[in-house]
Design a protein around this ligand. Sequence first.
Ligand code: ZN
Ligand code: FE
Ligand code: FE
Length: 290
Amino acid sequence: MPSLPKTPPPLAPLLGAHMSISGGPAKALERGHSVGCTAVQIFVKNNMQWFAKDFATAELEAFANSSYRPAIVFGHTSYLINLCATDPVTFERSRAALKAELERADQLGLPFLVLHPGAHMGAGIDTGLARIVESLDFVLASLPKGRCKVALEATAGQGSTIGSKFAELAVIIDRCRYPKRLSVCLDTSHLFAAGYDISTPKKFWNVFAQFEKEVGSTRLAAWHLNDSKAALGSRVDRHEHIGKGKIGLAPFREIMRSEQFSQIPKVLETPKGEDLAEDRVNLGVLRSLL
Ligand code: ZN
Ligand code: FE
Ligand code: FE
């Protein structure tokens, strides 16, 4: 039989949104499917609580056997976690919570969990970075068989948050004893608010070249696609609907069209109601850029 001609892989933009797990993690996949997601991000538990009761076997089975499975599902850690908290109670809880969330992520088979590196709370960036590295080493050492990676998210730089500069993410990865278990998530709104101007194609690719140089594009695990209500360099984290904020459509067009990102999941974290109407609109805008 003649072999089939080699055709290029279909353009699979791995595009989707963050979805609520209310009603169980399988529900998130159903929600994602209903708006056409090929990539879905979830919290592995209620994101405003430190700890959760274990997944029921039925919940895990429903998730694993869902017929609404997108090409990729990954997780985002709770916003409460601060791996360089100065308050000892919060610090200990943060480490325990990250460990527990990584275990839950492994139960769901998620490849990585996005994590905000931390906020130094006045202790200074160097102290904060050192504590984050120590915490990651501690947590990852406690899970020798853990498969889920940690994707450090570049932040907007609000308050004392660490990770608004590529160099800070690079320091964490370089100093951590488990660099193979670390990757990075880039959020367009955070980049812009942190002062990385991505508002034209040329500026976007300059910023990405800087990321390539300081961190390395092979570390990129995911894009968060959000426009920004806040101005360039404002260090304010306010997500806006795609094309309705201060960034404009240029970087979204580049990210959607570039072959380089075709296998990198891209998810929205924009405001929405329960009927997901806003997701439909935002995903439509993004697809129209292809
Ligand atoms: Zn985040
Ligand atoms: Fe984000
Ligand atoms: Fe954000």
